[in-house]
Design a protein around this ligand. Structure first.
Ligand code: HEC
Length: 234
């Protein structure tokens, strides 16, 4: 009797694991999960943030989003395409799939939550996905754009930088409203934003980034402006 039961039981075990592995995903619930991704990804073709745009990557080779030049060695040379199974492994634990990956994300342990997110991504990462998820009311427009910084084209005078001098351990930033504000040199970041929505050439912008207003970033349109705007002067 036992001898007949063993093959039966093992078939049952295989069936149970297959059923578990194929949890049905709900794109609506998955759309809510996708919030965890928008700090680093957009769904607009060609709009890359910290991570590549996820637009139209469904069924496409990993590590080949057009125009994204910051892939890790591991993802950049990977040899697989994005589908349910590969996304499931990636989202469960990116670090164990691609050990040196630049995607800093601890992974989603819950099988159902991953299945939901993948059901959403199957729509969002398909050709025309950005429009599809908006038309179906799955996500607000912000989720499609991703959390890219606001446009720096028309800053108020208070944010328009006219001069920066460096003296000893400090920067003194002058803005178009005539005020000069001191920052400890370790608290001021100098950044470039070369995108279309970045500052006008020759018109750097200061944006607060600390809770206390102690820290800020000055954003320049081009590299050569850094040297033009900052002088050693006490
Ligand atoms: C902190 C930023 C960050 C977050 C949050 C993040 N990612 Fe990423 N993602 C990246 C980076 C950076 C890469 C490129 C990784 C590399 O080159 O190793 C990437 C790569 C990817 C890729 C591979 C794209 C390709 O071109 O092959 C997919 C798919 C992906 N992420 C999906 C997601 C999803 C879905 C979420 C939300 C659950 C998410 N990511 C959250 C930064 C992030």
């Amino acid at each position: 009797m036992i001898r007949f039961l063993i093959p039966f039981l093992s078939t049952l075990a295989v069936l149970v694991t297959t059923v578990q592995a194929q949890v049905e995903g709900d794109p609506k619930r998955g759309a809510a999960q996708y919030r965890a991704c928008i700090a680093c990804h957009s769904l607009e073709p060609g709009t890359h943030l910290t991570g590549p745009s996820l637009a139209e990557l469904w069924g496409q080779p990993a590590g080949e989003a057009a125009g994204f030049i910051r892939y890790s060695e591991g993802l950049g040379t990977a040899d697989f395409t994005w589908d349910k199974a590969t996304l499931d492994a990636w989202l469960a634990d990116p670090q164990s799939m691609i050990p040196d990956t630049y995607m800093i994300f601890r992974g989603i342990a819950d099988d159902q939550a991953r299945a939901d997110l993948i059901a959403f991504l199957e729509i969002a990462m398909a050709p025309g996905g950005a429009k599809a998820v908006l038309d179906r009311g799955l996500v607000p427009a912000e989720y499609v754009r991703g959390q890219k910084p606001d446009s720096l084209k028309t800053p108020p005078p208070r944010a328009q930088v006219t001069k920066i001098r460096h003296c000893r351990d400090s920067y003194f930033v002058t803005t178009a409203d005539g005020t000069e504000t001191p920052y400890w040199e370790m608290n001021l970041r100098l950044k470039l934003d070369t995108r279309e929505t970045g500052p006008e050439p020759g018109k750097p912008v200061i944006v607060a980034s600390g809770m206390m207003g102690d820290r800020a970033s000055v954003v320049f349109a081009r590299l050569d402006e850094l040297m033009r705007f900052i002088a050693e002067e006490c």
